[in-house]
Design a binder for this molecule. Sequence first.
Ligand code: HEC
Ligand code: HEC
Ligand code: HEC
Length: 461
Amino acid sequence: MQLTIQLKPVVAKVVTALGLVLVAGSGWAANADQQLIRQGEYLAQAGDCIACHSTVKGKPFAGGLAIGTPIGKIYSTNITPDKQAGIGTWSFDDFDKLMRTGVTKQGYTVYPAMPYPSYSRLSQSDMHALYAYFMQGVQADPTPNKEADIPWPLSMRFPLAIWRWAFAPKPEPYLATGNSSGTSAQLLRGAYLVEGLGHCGACHTPRGVGFQEKALTDVGNRDYLSGGAPIDGWTVPSLRNEHGGGLARWTNADIADFLKSGRNNHTASFGAMNDVVAHSMQHMTDVDLDSIALYLKALPAKNTEAAAFKPDNKVAAALSNGVVNTAGAQIYLDRCAGCHRSDGNGYSKAFPALAGNAVLQTGDPTSAINIVLSGGAVPATRTAPSALTMAPYAELLNDEQVAQVVSFIQTSWGNQGGNATAAQVAKVRKTSVPVKPLTETSFAPGRSGTFAASLVGTAPK
Ligand code: HEC
Ligand code: HEC
Ligand code: HEC
């Protein structure tokens, strides 16, 4: 009796002391975790996981986005920490293996629409942060995965393992090697983001016979980011430092501006790039955007033939003197000049300049035709919330007239894109979809359209 009474305060003290240690300990651990989770969230934005792993109506990362491939539709999967439907039972090693090699916990290979060849470059510490975010920072959701709509035998997954063996790089975390010797840490950071998480090459690099990206880095060749196959009727331009459609006329600040706000002095974002800006790039820090710009500007020209844009004011002078001698010029004056102006210079960051615009120098009029038919809306971003729109002209102009006005803008003010034909317009018209004005809510997760079709070849019909 005595003993217990005497001991009690001692026990109480020990317990209290232990409790304090425990509370302090778990508090510290929780903070460290929070930081890791936040880092993981940032990396998930850099990798734009949400764009593919969500649908507009579903919960974030619950999967179910249909992605067209030449053999049928596949669906992205639930990557929330739900133990049944998601990846809640995956260990770090399971996650790491999938991200670097495309092989799931269950042992099969995923379709390369999941850009694991790019993600394989992630550093080990970033992979840990990403894993922490998906396990602890994302809300579990029970939405079950959908089976791919691909008929047997094409639905067999073993050819994917062969694809992986033939085309996916050996898993190798990003190493500061390659052509980057002697270059700054910031340039390397840019390469890491563009070649790795940013998976910019998934759209901007041409694909080879196996639909694989012809290059996954800029080392040893100039195919990397030299322009990809059109996505949903939008041409994917070169991001190399070149004329004729590349970024030669852009300064580093122009690139950072565009990625952050969806607009700059040269252009406004449209098509699949809207998703990249809205879900991913606008969330990057200024330092990271500057690093990306530095890296892109360091990519030497692949297209060395294209001449630099030389402004030519003949057309602007003629239009302002009332000299309108082609049908294209007349349509432009009636329907377009109010926003893009007769000198083609537009209004900076509101209505994009057409004079010198890279979209109008490539010789491929697909994007220009599509934007005239479908219209466009600049993505609303935190730093530039107005989703300025251009109305669709599909109902107002016939194929011939669209060809005339596109030819006009591609050959005026010094532009070198050449003429478009009514046949080209007729082709784009078949798949063009009028763009609705976009609001913040229409930038809910989930990539628009069939964008990922080009990831594995031709667009589905
Ligand atoms: C361009 C579209 C795209 C992007 C971007 C993308 N994924 Fe995927 N991912 C897919 C598709 C499609 C699948 C399913 C492929 C299949 O079933 O073969 C998939 C599968 C997965 C799986 C396997 C899940 C399972 O249940 O088997 C994981 C894990 C995963 N992705 C994580 C991520 C993470 C993390 C990111 C961002 C860093 C990301 N994905 C970005 C398209 C994408
Ligand atoms: C899902 C496909 C896709 C991905 C991924 C993608 N882009 Fe794009 N990008 C496009 C399309 C389509 C365009 C053409 C529309 C436009 O100019 O806004 C474009 C245009 C651009 C332009 C404007 C070029 C010009 O001359 O007008 C820049 C800069 C750009 N992308 C940078 C990037 C960077 C950097 C990344 C990686 C972080 C990236 N893109 C990832 C599809 C993509
Ligand atoms: C109400 C103002 C307005 C009118 C009128 C207008 N546009 Fe646009 N235009 C825009 C806006 C805003 C964008 C950016 C859309 C986007 O980013 O999706 C744009 C984008 C474009 C682009 C793509 C350039 C780029 O870099 O984003 C082309 C080409 C274009 N317009 C041509 C035309 C033609 C040709 C006409 C007449 C038939 C026309 N526009 C009429 C406002 C207008």
